[in-house]
Design a protein around this ligand. Structure first.
Ligand SMILES: [Zn+2]
Length: 249
Protein backbone atom coordinates (compact mmCIF):
# COMPACT_ATOMS: atom_id res chain seq x y z
CA UNK A 1 0.00 0.00 0.00
CA UNK A 2 1.07 3.56 -0.76
CA UNK A 3 -0.25 6.81 0.67
CA UNK A 4 -0.47 9.97 -1.41
CA UNK A 5 -0.33 12.47 1.44
CA UNK A 6 -1.21 15.52 -0.62
CA UNK A 7 -3.44 15.86 -3.64
CA UNK A 8 -6.21 18.09 -5.02
CA UNK A 9 -8.74 15.76 -6.60
CA UNK A 10 -11.52 18.28 -5.93
CA UNK A 11 -10.01 20.62 -8.57
CA UNK A 12 -11.88 21.09 -11.89
CA UNK A 13 -9.05 19.34 -13.77
CA UNK A 14 -10.64 16.10 -12.53
CA UNK A 15 -14.28 16.89 -13.27
CA UNK A 16 -14.43 14.48 -16.21
CA UNK A 17 -12.73 11.43 -14.68
CA UNK A 18 -12.53 11.86 -10.89
CA UNK A 19 -14.49 8.69 -10.22
CA UNK A 20 -12.27 6.58 -12.48
CA UNK A 21 -9.09 7.90 -10.87
CA UNK A 22 -10.37 7.21 -7.37
CA UNK A 23 -11.42 3.70 -8.42
CA UNK A 24 -8.08 2.98 -10.07
CA UNK A 25 -6.14 4.29 -7.06
CA UNK A 26 -8.09 2.05 -4.76
CA UNK A 27 -7.45 -0.98 -7.06
CA UNK A 28 -3.75 -0.08 -7.02
CA UNK A 29 -3.66 0.12 -3.23
CA UNK A 30 -3.11 3.87 -3.08
CA UNK A 31 -4.75 5.74 -0.22
CA UNK A 32 -5.40 9.39 -1.05
CA UNK A 33 -5.30 12.33 1.33
CA UNK A 34 -7.05 15.22 -0.38
CA UNK A 35 -6.05 18.74 0.54
CA UNK A 36 -9.17 20.93 0.40
CA UNK A 37 -8.34 24.64 0.43
CA UNK A 38 -10.66 27.58 1.03
CA UNK A 39 -14.43 27.39 1.71
CA UNK A 40 -15.27 25.99 -1.73
CA UNK A 41 -12.45 23.44 -1.73
CA UNK A 42 -13.42 22.36 1.78
CA UNK A 43 -17.05 21.65 0.85
CA UNK A 44 -15.98 19.81 -2.31
CA UNK A 45 -13.46 17.76 -0.34
CA UNK A 46 -15.99 16.78 2.32
CA UNK A 47 -18.31 15.75 -0.49
CA UNK A 48 -15.51 13.68 -2.02
CA UNK A 49 -14.70 11.76 1.17
CA UNK A 50 -18.39 11.11 1.77
CA UNK A 51 -18.84 9.67 -1.72
CA UNK A 52 -15.74 7.50 -1.96
CA UNK A 53 -13.83 4.97 0.08
CA UNK A 54 -10.06 5.29 0.18
CA UNK A 55 -9.93 9.08 0.47
CA UNK A 56 -9.13 11.05 3.60
CA UNK A 57 -8.93 14.81 3.97
CA UNK A 58 -6.92 17.67 5.32
CA UNK A 59 -8.46 21.14 5.17
CA UNK A 60 -6.66 24.46 4.84
CA UNK A 61 -6.21 27.64 2.87
CA UNK A 62 -3.94 29.00 0.16
CA UNK A 63 -1.17 31.20 1.63
CA UNK A 64 -2.06 33.67 -1.11
CA UNK A 65 -5.49 34.32 0.40
CA UNK A 66 -5.70 37.58 2.36
CA UNK A 67 -9.45 38.24 2.51
CA UNK A 68 -10.29 38.20 6.21
CA UNK A 69 -13.85 37.01 5.52
CA UNK A 70 -12.53 34.00 3.60
CA UNK A 71 -9.99 33.22 6.33
CA UNK A 72 -12.64 33.39 9.08
CA UNK A 73 -15.00 31.20 7.08
CA UNK A 74 -12.24 28.64 6.42
CA UNK A 75 -11.49 28.42 10.14
CA UNK A 76 -15.20 28.05 10.91
CA UNK A 77 -15.50 25.17 8.42
CA UNK A 78 -12.39 23.40 9.75
CA UNK A 79 -13.91 23.49 13.23
CA UNK A 80 -17.21 22.21 11.83
CA UNK A 81 -15.55 19.23 10.11
CA UNK A 82 -12.80 18.61 12.67
CA UNK A 83 -13.94 15.04 13.39
CA UNK A 84 -13.96 14.03 9.73
CA UNK A 85 -10.45 15.10 8.80
CA UNK A 86 -6.94 13.81 9.49
CA UNK A 87 -5.13 17.14 9.56
CA UNK A 88 -5.02 20.86 8.87
CA UNK A 89 -3.44 21.98 5.60
CA UNK A 90 -2.21 22.95 3.38
CA UNK A 91 -1.53 26.29 5.03
CA UNK A 92 1.70 28.23 5.13
CA UNK A 93 3.87 30.90 3.57
CA UNK A 94 4.44 31.78 -0.07
CA UNK A 95 7.21 34.28 -0.69
CA UNK A 96 7.43 33.38 -4.37
CA UNK A 97 4.15 35.14 -5.12
CA UNK A 98 4.05 37.48 -2.11
CA UNK A 99 6.92 39.98 -2.21
CA UNK A 100 5.82 43.02 -0.16
CA UNK A 101 7.14 42.88 3.43
CA UNK A 102 3.84 44.20 4.81
CA UNK A 103 1.90 41.45 3.07
CA UNK A 104 4.39 38.79 4.11
CA UNK A 105 3.87 39.95 7.69
CA UNK A 106 0.13 39.52 7.36
CA UNK A 107 0.70 36.13 5.74
CA UNK A 108 2.66 35.09 8.82
CA UNK A 109 -0.19 36.29 11.09
CA UNK A 110 -2.64 34.22 9.07
CA UNK A 111 -0.39 31.18 9.22
CA UNK A 112 -0.14 31.54 13.00
CA UNK A 113 -3.93 31.37 13.29
CA UNK A 114 -3.82 27.94 11.64
CA UNK A 115 -0.96 26.79 13.88
CA UNK A 116 -3.07 27.76 16.91
CA UNK A 117 -6.05 25.92 15.43
CA UNK A 118 -3.97 22.78 14.86
CA UNK A 119 -2.79 22.91 18.47
CA UNK A 120 -6.30 23.54 19.79
CA UNK A 121 -7.87 20.71 17.78
CA UNK A 122 -4.83 18.40 18.22
CA UNK A 123 -4.63 17.83 14.47
CA UNK A 124 -1.44 17.27 12.44
CA UNK A 125 -0.29 20.25 10.36
CA UNK A 126 0.57 20.14 6.64
CA UNK A 127 2.51 23.17 5.43
CA UNK A 128 3.36 24.81 2.13
CA UNK A 129 6.44 27.04 2.04
CA UNK A 130 7.47 28.34 -1.32
CA UNK A 131 10.66 30.43 -1.19
CA UNK A 132 9.99 30.76 2.55
CA UNK A 133 11.56 27.55 3.83
CA UNK A 134 13.87 29.26 6.34
CA UNK A 135 11.05 31.35 7.80
CA UNK A 136 8.84 28.27 7.93
CA UNK A 137 11.29 26.06 9.82
CA UNK A 138 12.10 28.96 12.15
CA UNK A 139 8.42 29.51 12.93
CA UNK A 140 7.71 25.82 13.50
CA UNK A 141 10.72 25.64 15.82
CA UNK A 142 9.59 28.73 17.74
CA UNK A 143 6.05 27.35 18.05
CA UNK A 144 7.28 23.90 19.08
CA UNK A 145 5.12 22.19 16.47
CA UNK A 146 6.09 19.51 13.98
CA UNK A 147 4.60 19.51 10.50
CA UNK A 148 4.53 17.67 7.23
CA UNK A 149 6.51 19.82 4.81
CA UNK A 150 4.57 19.44 1.58
CA UNK A 151 6.69 19.73 -1.57
CA UNK A 152 9.70 20.84 0.45
CA UNK A 153 11.96 23.09 -1.63
CA UNK A 154 14.61 23.98 0.95
CA UNK A 155 18.14 22.69 1.33
CA UNK A 156 18.92 19.24 2.72
CA UNK A 157 20.50 21.00 5.71
CA UNK A 158 17.27 22.80 6.51
CA UNK A 159 15.26 19.63 5.89
CA UNK A 160 17.42 17.79 8.42
CA UNK A 161 16.89 20.56 10.96
CA UNK A 162 13.11 20.19 10.55
CA UNK A 163 13.36 16.41 10.76
CA UNK A 164 15.26 16.75 14.04
CA UNK A 165 12.09 17.96 15.77
CA UNK A 166 9.71 15.51 14.13
CA UNK A 167 8.81 17.03 10.77
CA UNK A 168 8.29 14.87 7.71
CA UNK A 169 9.52 15.81 4.25
CA UNK A 170 7.11 15.06 1.44
CA UNK A 171 8.63 14.00 -1.89
CA UNK A 172 6.50 14.84 -4.94
CA UNK A 173 6.19 12.90 -8.18
CA UNK A 174 8.34 15.54 -9.92
CA UNK A 175 11.31 13.77 -8.28
CA UNK A 176 11.25 11.71 -11.50
CA UNK A 177 13.11 14.55 -13.27
CA UNK A 178 13.91 17.26 -10.70
CA UNK A 179 17.61 17.15 -9.87
CA UNK A 180 17.02 19.22 -6.72
CA UNK A 181 14.44 16.78 -5.41
CA UNK A 182 16.68 13.85 -6.30
CA UNK A 183 19.55 15.39 -4.32
CA UNK A 184 17.24 15.97 -1.37
CA UNK A 185 16.18 12.31 -1.43
CA UNK A 186 19.84 11.31 -1.37
CA UNK A 187 20.49 13.41 1.72
CA UNK A 188 17.54 12.78 4.01
CA UNK A 189 16.55 9.50 5.69
CA UNK A 190 13.68 7.38 4.40
CA UNK A 191 12.33 7.37 7.97
CA UNK A 192 11.36 11.04 7.52
CA UNK A 193 9.91 10.80 4.01
CA UNK A 194 6.39 10.54 2.66
CA UNK A 195 5.07 10.57 -0.91
CA UNK A 196 2.77 13.04 -2.61
CA UNK A 197 1.43 13.79 -6.06
CA UNK A 198 0.14 17.35 -5.45
CA UNK A 199 -2.05 16.45 -8.45
CA UNK A 200 -2.94 18.04 -10.81
CA UNK A 201 0.51 19.65 -10.40
CA UNK A 202 4.08 18.31 -10.21
CA UNK A 203 3.64 15.45 -12.67
CA UNK A 204 6.59 13.11 -13.35
CA UNK A 205 6.63 14.58 -16.86
CA UNK A 206 6.63 18.40 -16.86
CA UNK A 207 3.39 20.16 -17.81
CA UNK A 208 1.26 17.02 -17.89
CA UNK A 209 -1.74 16.62 -15.62
CA UNK A 210 -0.70 14.63 -12.57
CA UNK A 211 -2.78 12.02 -10.74
CA UNK A 212 -2.27 10.13 -7.45
CA UNK A 213 -1.58 6.99 -9.50
CA UNK A 214 1.85 8.44 -10.30
CA UNK A 215 3.19 8.19 -6.76
CA UNK A 216 4.45 4.73 -7.71
CA UNK A 217 6.90 6.54 -9.97
CA UNK A 218 8.13 8.63 -7.01
CA UNK A 219 8.54 5.48 -4.89
CA UNK A 220 10.51 3.80 -7.69
CA UNK A 221 12.79 6.81 -8.10
CA UNK A 222 13.46 6.98 -4.35
CA UNK A 223 14.31 3.25 -4.33
CA UNK A 224 16.73 3.80 -7.21
CA UNK A 225 18.44 6.80 -5.55
CA UNK A 226 18.71 5.09 -2.17
CA UNK A 227 19.71 1.76 -3.71
CA UNK A 228 16.99 -0.12 -1.86
CA UNK A 229 13.95 -2.23 -2.76
CA UNK A 230 10.75 -0.54 -3.93
CA UNK A 231 8.82 -2.49 -1.29
CA UNK A 232 10.96 -0.98 1.43
CA UNK A 233 10.14 2.54 0.22
CA UNK A 234 6.44 1.67 0.12
CA UNK A 235 6.52 0.15 3.59
CA UNK A 236 8.43 2.93 5.34
CA UNK A 237 6.74 5.92 3.68
CA UNK A 238 3.31 4.39 4.39
CA UNK A 239 4.27 3.78 8.00
CA UNK A 240 5.52 7.36 8.31
CA UNK A 241 2.26 8.76 6.95
CA UNK A 242 0.14 6.49 9.16
CA UNK A 243 2.01 7.53 12.27
CA UNK A 244 1.95 11.23 11.40
CA UNK A 245 -1.78 11.33 10.65
CA UNK A 246 -2.67 8.84 13.43
CA UNK A 247 -4.37 6.52 10.94
CA UNK A 248 -5.75 3.42 12.58
CA UNK A 249 -5.83 0.51 10.13
ZN1 LIG B 1 -1.06 21.39 -2.89
Amino acid sequence: MLIDVHTHLDFPQFDSDRKEIVGKASEDGILIINSGIGPEGIEKTINLIEKHEGILATLGLSPQEFDSGVIDETIRLIRKYKNRIVGIGEVGLDYYWIKEPEKRGRGMDNFRRFISLAKELSLPLVVHSRDAENEMVEELTAQGIKALLHCFGGSAELGKKAISFGCLVSIPTSVAYSKRKQELVGEIPLEAMVLESDAPYLAPTPRERNTPLNIRIAAKKIAEIKGIEYDKVAEITTRNAREFFNLRF
